[in-house]
Design a protein. Structure first.
Lengths: 127, 210
């Protein structure tokens, strides 16, 4: 399990509260563009099968707040490392934060906070 | 070992009516006359306010045979509250000559699954996929890492739907964070069964697995 800051959840944007997502059985992590080349969604692919033959489960972590890319290649690498670490330490619940949050201001920090999460069934071949 | 979170279920919380015919039988009303649904009348008394209902004459002139239909759901009513409807002697539809009295039943109000013998919902967290915000400010979703039907998309994943009363008010982000905080705590402490602490004292009406 890892935790992620939620948009609009705390007393201020600088004091977000958290949601959590399961990171066991993750075999792939990638960034996704919701429009053109604006990358603002992370997909975590599980090896957990769904009821459709050949389909599996996937978590979508959605940071969509505007028209700017907030998820970078380095974020994906950092998340993979965090997932490995979380699975090595089963009772830990480390926080995942996008790199951009480190240099964000009080008025832009919310662009790096999670707007939505969903678990879905998907066909990996068409994802 | 399975780990759990405890979601407190409100016991007979103050809540709204559901629209539609009342489930029980009213008393009083004197002689019921006319025909067709009356204009909406206020339900007075009990612990709530704001509810309105129409009265429609039944097969005879007693209020027991009439149908009382909630049209305004109000807020703050409890099972066992006694509410009254004042005399209505004109209006061109159903009328009655004495005050109507009605004792609220559980089926008349928004569903609530808490009771003195079931004060908590115990939710296992081992297969929790993510804690997700609901579509309204009275709902939080805990999606499981488990498919529940054949198909592609979010509708084919098993989930717990946590339904809250609308008063005291909270919001979907706070609800998501409240539930997630307990899941995180349970995941971090193998022998703990943390209780969800709802922001603003919000009251949980039910938890349903689907």
């Amino acid at each position: 399990m890892i935790k992620l800051p939620i948009y609009n959840s705390g007393p201020t944007d600088l004091q977000p509260r958290y949601t959590c997502v399961n990171v066991e059985d993750v075999y792939q992590v990638d960034k996704v563009a919701t429009a053109g080349s604006v990358y603002d969604v992370i997909h975590i692919h599980y090896s957990t099968p769904s009821m459709n033959a050949g389909d599996f489960l996937r978590a979508s972590i959605d940071y969509t707040r505007g028209t700017a890319t907030v998820v970078t290649d380095q974020d994906i690498e950092n998340l993979k490392d965090l997932i490995a670490s979380a699975n090595q330490n089963p009772s830990s619940t480390p926080e995942f934060e996008l790199i951009g949050a480190r240099s964000a201001t009080a008025s832009t920090i919310d662009e790096y906070q999670v707007v939505d999460i969903q678990i879905k069934s998907e066909d990996p071949a068409s994802a | 070992m399975s780990n759990y979170i405890k979601i407190p279920l409100a016991v007979n919380p103050a809540r709204s009516f559901v629209t539609g015919a009342l489930d029980g039988t009213a008393t009083g009303g004197g002689t019921v006359g006319g025909s067709g649904a009356s204009a909406a009348q206020a339900l007075v008394g009990g612990s709530g306010s704001g509810a309105t209902a129409t009265v429609t004459k039944g097969m005879d002139a007693t209020i027991a045979a009439a149908t009382i239909t909630i049209v305004g759901i109000g807020e703050g009513y409890k099972v066992g509250d006694v509410v009254t409807i004042a005399i209505l002697s004109s209006g061109g539809a159903t009328t009655w000559t004495a005050e109507i009295s009605y004792t609220i039943l559980a089926a008349d109000l928004v569903a609530s699954s808490g009771s003195s013998t079931e004060p908590f919902f115990l939710m296992p967290i081992d297969n929790v996929g993510a804690v997700v915000k609901g579509s309204t400010n009275t709902e939080a979703i805990v999606e499981l890492k488990q498919s529940n039907a054949t198909g592609v998309g979010a509708d084919y994943v098993a989930k717990y739907t946590i339904t809250m009363d609308d008063a005291p008010a909270t919001d979907k982000w706070a609800l998501q964070a409240d539930v997630a905080a307990a899941v995180i705590k349970a995941a971090s402490a193998e022998n703990a069964q943390p209780e969800v602490k709802f922001t603003s004292g919000a009251e949980c009406l039910s938890v349903v697995l689907s």
